[in-house]
Every structure is written in C-alpha cells, then in structure tokens.
Unconditional design. Structure first.
Length: 70
C-alpha cells in the first residue's frame, strides 16, 4: 500500500471508497474504475481525498502481480 501514489498524471483511474486516519497517515480504500478491483493505499500526512473522489493511481518502485482467481 505504501508504493501506491494517488496523484499519478497518467495513472489508472480509481474511486475512493473510504478513508481511515491513523494520526500521521491514512489508509485509502479504492476501487479501480474499469473493473471494480479493490485496492488499498497508505498515504503519509494530510490531506487525504474525500470518499467518492476520483484519483489516478501510480506505483513507485518494483511491483509483483498475481492473476485474480475466482
């Protein structure tokens, strides 16, 4: 979650579902716009986007992905 950026210029669009604050950081629950896949991001500091906001997601650093299973 710490590698996900919410301000990527050319990132994947996602909708903010919920924001949970932990003092110095926040966990953001998101759903990708194109297929509804849930994603969790953790951001440091404030401000956090409001629920229902549309953001663009990017990733910092290397990423490992796995195929979705039903």
């Amino acid at each position: 979650p710490e590698q996900i950026r919410l301000d990527a210029q050319d990132g994947v669009p996602a909708r903010v579902v919920d924001v949970t604050y932990f003092g110095h950081d926040a966990t953001i629950q998101l759903r990708l716009e194109h297929d509804g896949t849930p994603v969790v991001a953790r951001i440091m500091g404030t401000p956090a986007p409001a629920p229902a906001s549309l953001v663009r997601l990017g990733v910092t650093g290397p990423v490992t992905t796995y195929a979705a299973t039903s």
